[in-house]
Design a protein around this ligand. Sequence first.
Ligand SMILES: *[C@@H]1O[C@H](CO)[C@@H](O)[C@H](O)[C@H]1NC(C)=O
Ligand SMILES: *[C@@H]1O[C@H](CO)[C@@H](O)[C@H](O)[C@H]1NC(C)=O
Ligand SMILES: *[C@@H]1O[C@H](CO)[C@@H](O)[C@H](O)[C@H]1NC(C)=O
Length: 411
Amino acid sequence: MNLRQVFVSLLMFGVAGLLLFMYLQAWIEGQHTASGEKLQQQITNQDFTLPPPGTQNKVVQSGHVPPGRSRQEMAISGSRHWQGKADSFGAVAVSLVSRLSDQQKISEPPLSQFREVYLPLALRPLNKTLVKGDEWKDVGSTQEKRRSFLYEFCQKYNSRKKLRTHLVHMVSRIYVEDRHKVLYCEVPKAGCSNWKRVLMVLNGLATSTHNISHDDVHYGKHLRKLDSYDLKGIYTRLNTYTKTIFVRDPLERLVSAFRDKFEHPNSYYHPVFGKAIIKKYRHNADEEALKTGSGVKFKEFIQYLLDSHRPVGMDIHWEQVSKLCYPCLINYDFIGKFETLEEDANYFLQLVGAPAELKFPKFKDRHSSDERTSAEVVRQYLKELSKEERQLTYDFYYLDYLMFNYTSPIV
Ligand SMILES: *[C@@H]1O[C@H](CO)[C@@H](O)[C@H](O)[C@H]1NC(C)=O
Ligand SMILES: *[C@@H]1O[C@H](CO)[C@@H](O)[C@H](O)[C@H]1NC(C)=O
Ligand SMILES: *[C@@H]1O[C@H](CO)[C@@H](O)[C@H](O)[C@H]1NC(C)=O
């Protein structure tokens, strides 16, 4: 080996070392930002379980369902592509947006576009021209009471300041039916599957509500959501369509969600929520439970719900209605209740001029052999909780109780 060869190999060794160093440096930085982003997401997602904007939507549209998630659950979470946090009246913490990475900012519609929309919208009288017969008198007057009750509540508690709100985010749970000019805000566990069936029939996507399977209902390909329109399209519909929301006693809804997601096999809620819940709240959990996430107890679920440092985010099935549908900003024209679901729904169908033969379906399609979650069933579940836990659970849904005039079962 002559001197020149020695020099060349030393040089090459040095270059290789430098490259390796640069690569490692980049890798370390990459790791660092990735975990930073993850933490950030955990913080911003405290109230919403959602992937970075855009990503999941693409997955849903292309029809691929990642292993472990049912189509239904993909469809339900698929439209939640906004990132941000709003208080119960919809005033959005805009500052969060500035924390998003530049790339995310570019893929989102510019926020300024939505700043000029002023909410709450006006409360309009119901147009009863198409309602036939006297049989709807009682339902109709109950409806008027509910509407003015909510309106007055919102007048009292809404902040007077001009609300600047990320409109797309607010309307991401609202389904659109253009033929009869209906907007329906989806509240899971309050008759939403059957509502979607009815909307599909109204829209001409199906001939009968009896024929639509649970998967078809929730696959979400058929019905459009309001956030898929442009600003003008959203605003026109909000101002001219009949907007409805169907709600349910908050604790009945909560218990119903728990039974549906945790007391039956579920390839999404057990591994994602169940595992995290058992890991954090069950002492001496056995290996099997830690591995499958199955067998979550109601008390453990409530510990998760009330934890300000939840190990996993919230989910639409137990999210407060005030945060799903923004009742004080949207000013729903029609407030239906699960407790009087059929009569409310059929009255609503009259109001919007639905075909006379279309009636709201009576069936419960998932776990149909189970007893419906009634006040009595709720009482049984509440027994597992301490007095303090019961009070805190009530407090958690306090706004929903107030807005829709439900009485607390907790004494
Ligand atoms: C009420 O509905 C009827 C039938 O759809 C329509 O002809 C009428 O213009 C509506 N009235 C108002 C005030 O919107
Ligand atoms: C609110 O609920 C109470 C108790 O159920 C009932 O008596 C009252 O009429 C309700 N008010 C309205 C406006 O619906
Ligand atoms: C269900 O759909 C099939 C075709 O998809 C049709 O032949 C059948 O009549 C429908 N049944 C009901 C009850 O609408």
